[in-house]
Each structure stands twice: as structure tokens, then as C-alpha cells.
Write a protein that binds this ligand. Structure first.
Ligand code: GRF
Length: 200
């Protein structure tokens, strides 16, 4: 620089995505972070199921996907996950279809830095099948929730929610597809806020 001042670029926020299955949320998160061209870096996906489609999705986007299945105790598995996170200096964790409950010790290690997407308007329909439960209950309006993870199941503080109407003729598939688009949007918005906050 002519005036001798150095411009130090802001360090990106380093995040990891945890997923167990299809991985459409994981892909949306990775694509969005990459397309921003800065602010958020996601060098790692953690998957707890060998053969899950999310592994290929991550690899196609050039992101390492580490498969860490539970072979022995839960604490051994979590220790392996924590070691992988440490290797990449991960600061934030985005759960995206991660079908395992994290232990209180793990949650404490990333206190207020683990975020989950849930397919219902919490506190309605917690658990594994938010879309199915909401659809069968015939609620006229359902939605999706982005929330911090605490020691309970789908009980952590809500960050944001988006709702959608059940439409005439909806099947569970069309109902779910409408919700999934909102899941992707919530994570994209959260990533933007996190990046902006880090740049401020
Ligand atoms: C999403 O509906 C998410 O909310 C729920 O599991 C589903 C995962 O879908 N926890 P995908 O693997 O991201 O496609």
C-alpha cells in the first residue's frame, strides 16, 4: 500500500456441516457459502452413516466428508468427531439432517455454536418426522425452524422460523417439498448474518 498501511482481510468463520442421509440441506449450505466468496469457510462435512448420499454431494463440491460411524461408545465417536473439528479449527456446527443426539458434553464444547434445522414450527411436532406428523395432523399451516442446540431434543432457543400453508390436494411429498425450500432459505440467511457479523 502506498501509505504503508496493511489491509488484513477478515478471517472467515469456519464451520462444519453434520448430516446423515440425503444431504440436500448440506449441499445448499456448501453451495451458498462457496458462492459468497468469503466470510464463511466450510472445509468439512461430518457424516455418521457410511454410504449416505451426502458424502458424494460434498465431494462433488470439493469439501472433505469424514465418515465417523458409531463403532463403540457414543463418547468414543464424539471424541473422533471433536478431533476432526479441531484439525480444521471449526468454530460453528450446522446440523442438517444429522440423525443422532449429541451428548451434553459435546453440546457444551460448542455452546451456542451448534445450529439445527427442524421441519416443523417448534415447539409443535418435535422428533424425527416433523413433516409427516404435521401432515397427518392436518394443520393448515406448518413450517420450519432454525434453532440452537441444547441438551434436549428440538428444545433449544429458536433463531428463526418460516411458515407455509397446506394446500388443497397436497400429498406428503408436495407438503415436504414446500418446506424444504424454506429450510434452505433459513440456512442461507443465517450464513449471511454470521458472515456479516464476522466482517463488522
Ligand atoms: C430435513 O427435512 C431436515 O429438516 C431434517 O431431515 C431432513 C434432511 O434432509 N432434520 P436432507 O438430508 O438435508 O435432504
Amino acid at each position: 500500500m502506498a501509505d504503508g498501511k496493511k489491509i488484513t482481510p477478515k478471517k472467515p468463520v469456519i464451520c462444519a456441516v453434520f448430516a446423515s442421509g440425503n444431504g440436500s440441506n448440506a449441499e445448499n449450505i456448501l453451495r451458498h457459502a462457496q458462492s459468497r466468496g468469503g466470510g464463511i469457510s466450510i472445509p468439512l462435512v461430518i457424516c455418521n452413516k457410511a454410504g449416505a448420499p451426502v458424502i458424494v454431494r460434498a465431494e462433488k463440491l470439493g469439501v472433505a466428508c469424514k465418515v465417523i460411524e458409531r463403532a463403540g461408545t457414543k463418547s468414543e465417536q464424539e471424541a473422533a468427531i471433536l478431533a476432526a473439528l479441531k484439525e480444521h479449527d471449526v468454530e460453528w456446527i450446522f446440523l442438517a439432517g444429522f440423525m443422532a443426539i449429541l451428548s451434553p458434553d459435546f453440546v457444551a464444547a460448542y455452546k451456542d455454536r451448534i445450529v439445527n434445522i427442524h421441519p416443523s414450527l417448534l415447539p409443535q411436532f418435535p422428533g424425527k418426522d416433523g413433516y409427516g406428523d404435521a401432515f397427518r395432523a392436518e394443520v393448515p399451516v406448518s413450517g420450519v425452524t432454525l434453532h440452537y442446540v441444547d441438551d434436549g431434543i428440538d428444545t433449544g432457543p429458536v433463531i428463526a422460523q418460516k411458515s407455509f400453508a397446506r394446500e388443497e390436494g397436497d400429498t406428503l411429498e408436495t407438503f415436504r417439498a414446500r418446506g424444504m425450500e424454506l429450510e434452505y432459505a433459513l440456512y442461507r440467511e443465517f450464513i449471511d448474518i454470521l458472515a456479516q457479523r464476522a466482517a463488522a
